[in-house]
Ligand binder design. Structure first.
Ligand code: PHE
Length: 454
């Protein structure tokens, strides 16, 4: 039995849990990153590989993370300790997750802060009546200003802290229930708008007609890395959220729904953005500025454009918030469960630390743009590379190996299949976890460090 030293908060409802976990999964990864890396990797073929990674690798690992957390009933490190004993080397996997979440929070807040600035721009009419070139230039002006970027980053971290202080039910669950449905509706609207635009056909072709010549080894790594990123895997997040679940939750159907929601939102975002890219003659491979440069263009030609743009950037900020709270919660839960810190203190201190550690990432777009400590990459890109390409896949790999090979099979089976009758579920899950997921991650990681391609 798990060590239950203190009464532990649990989600108030299944629905609340789904929205909170989907809220963690759905974030900048879907609306900001997915479209731009799809653009950089040439579209269709990349999307196909990404979908395969999501369902064959991501989904089984998400189930394993929920399982570990629910069984352990503690934070990411403590859950492994509850399963394998304190001091077990598996606790390192939990530690890796805590560290990854912390670094992630530090640079995620920088980009999330940009959406705050765009809310402000849209509200004050700064985006309306401008040409695409002018809108492009606005993005450059924002990220070029160290003061502005840091100001918004600070505000975003403060918002994250404010929610996490409220705890599981009163903070995270309550907010997710409001934010996620509105986000979904608005994306739907943008999608319809994209489909009605003259670039719709080109956008659809770009996303769904695979051209396998464009698939480089780096694209495979991006696709797999992004599958972990977008599902919040390998960062201790789903272990931590799973630890607030009770015993009879049906983990398969919960995970499937969360994964589907995440995928639909990413595809909707792509289908909203690419038609505009093509209609306005922009570059699909424009990089991190893509969403900030295209969405204002869509709205600038619409009635109530400023209002809609305001709503969009508010939602982008909220999607980012419902993800950043999950990163902060991983570290805070660790300090509460393992170190007995009060929630308030833990949240404030970790938030402040993440803000400070994020400053070099904020400066990477302006004053320190030329500072490239390693591999010719600036600080922001290095953090992103470290976390998205290495730490998350590696963390996910270890979870798969642990749950697939080391956890006592019978116990795990009983917990996974639970009261439902799905005889195919356990063998299929186990197979994916034991063979498919580790092979995929290993191939990609070895490739990345140049062992396979030399
Ligand atoms: N899934 C989030 C997104 O897509 C990012 C994230 C990664 C959150 C890992 C928590 C842990 O934006």
């Amino acid at each position: 039995m798990p060590a239950l030293n203190a009464p532990r908060a649990h989600w108030a409802s299944r629905f609340g849990f789904i929205l909170a976990a989907a809220g963690s999964a759905i974030g900048l990864g879907n609306i900001w990153k997915f479209p731009y890396i799809t653009g950089q990797n040439g579209g269709g073929a990349f999307v196909l590989v990404y979908l395969a990674c999501i369902f064959l690798v991501g989904l089984p690992i998400m189930m394993a993370e929920f399982l570990i957390g629910r069984h352990g009933q503690r934070d990411a490190v403590g859950s492994f300790a509850a399963l394998e004993g304190k001091g077990s080397p598996w606790c390192l996997v939990g530690w890796g997750g805590v560290l990854a979440s912390f670094i992630l929070l530090s640079f995620y807040s920088v980009v999330a802060g940009w959406s705050f600035d765009y809310i402000f721009k849209a509200l004050t009419g700064g985006l309306s009546g401008r040409s695409p070139d002018e809108i492009n230039a606005l993005f450059g002006q924002l990220v070029g200003s160290a003061g502005q970027v840091i100001f918004w980053q600070a505000l975003f971290v403060a918002g994250t802290v404010a929610i996490v202080i409220g705890g599981i039910r009163g903070g995270i669950e309550r907010w997710s229930k409001i934010l996620m449905p509105v986000l979904f509706l608005l994306l739907l609207l943008l999608f319809v708008r994209g489909m009605l635009s003259p670039g719709a056909r080109a956008g659809l072709e770009f996303m769904f007609r695979p051209d396998f010549h464009k698939l480089t080894p780096a694209a495979l790594l991006d696709a797999l890395g992004h599958a972990f990123f977008t599902l919040s895997l390998g960062a201790g997040t789903m272990i931590t959220y799973g630890s607030y679940l009770d015993r009879d939750a049906d983990l398969f159907s919960l995970s499937l729904r969360i994964t589907l929601l995440d995928t639909v939102v990413a595809l909707l975002a792509g289908l909203a953005i690419f038609p505009v890219v093509f209609a306005a003659g922009l570059e699909p491979g424009a990089g991190p500025g893509l969403v900030f440069q295209t969405i204002p263009i869509v709205f600038s030609g619409l009635p109530f454009g400023s209002l809609l743009a305001t709503v969009f950037f508010i939602l982008l900020a909220f999607a980012a918030l419902s993800s950043s709270i999950s990163m902060l919660e991983v570290v805070v839960a660790y300090l509460i469960d393992e170190k007995r810190w009060p929630r308030l203190l833990a949240t404030l201190l970790v938030g402040a630390a993440a803000f400070l550690v994020g400053i070099p990432s904020a400066l990477s777009f302006n004053r320190w743009a030329e500072v490239t400590p390693l591999f010719g990459k600036n600080f922001f890109d290095l953090c992103d590379l470290l976390v998205s390409s290495y730490m998350l896949p590696l963390g996910g790999l270890m979870v798969a190996i642990y749950a697939g090979w080391f956890w006592k099979g019978a116990e795990e089976k009983a917990e996974l299949v639970g009261p439902t009758r799905r005889p195919w579920l356990f063998p299929l899950w186990h197979f994916l976890l034991r063979f498919v997921a580790p092979a995929a991650v290993l191939i990609v990681l070895l490739n990345q460090i140049g062992i396979l391609t030399g």
